[in-house]
Design a protein around this ligand. Structure first.
Ligand SMILES: [Zn+2]
Length: 112
């Protein structure tokens, strides 16, 4: 087992398949519990709204609850830059990645 968990997200930059950097501890797909009864849910449908946003419809598996709800999953921060960036996609760097980039630039400036 590789520890990778496939998602329904494509890389917003290169449009290749994306995996979760840290899979859930239970080894299952990333999933939402029912907000009302906290029971397990199933994904019914999903659609890509944009290169960075996906809407996923969930339904509670508890027959007495049967609550249905929609989740939006959006790429909001870049943790490391893409090697194949799409110029149409602009996802801000996380503070950690920004600090790493600044330290790298300072090291290069100091060695020049
Ligand atoms: Zn429920």
């Amino acid at each position: 087992m590789t520890g990778e968990v496939k998602t329904q997200f494509a890389c917003p930059e290169c449009h290749g398949p994306a995996t979760l950097a840290r899979p859930p501890k239970n080894g299952m797909r990333a999933q939402f519990a029912c907000p009302h009864c906290k029971g397990p849910t199933s994904i019914k449908t999903s659609r890509l709204v944009s290169a960075t946003l996906r809407e996923v419809n969930y339904q509670c598996r508890d027959v007495e609850c049967s609550y249905s709800f929609m989740v939006q999953a959006e790429a909001v921060r870049s943790l490391s830059p893409s090697g194949k960036p799409d110029p149409a996609v602009n996802i801000p760097l996380s503070p950690h990645a920004t600090a790493l980039q600044r330290a790298r630039a300072e090291r290069i400036a100091a060695s020049a």
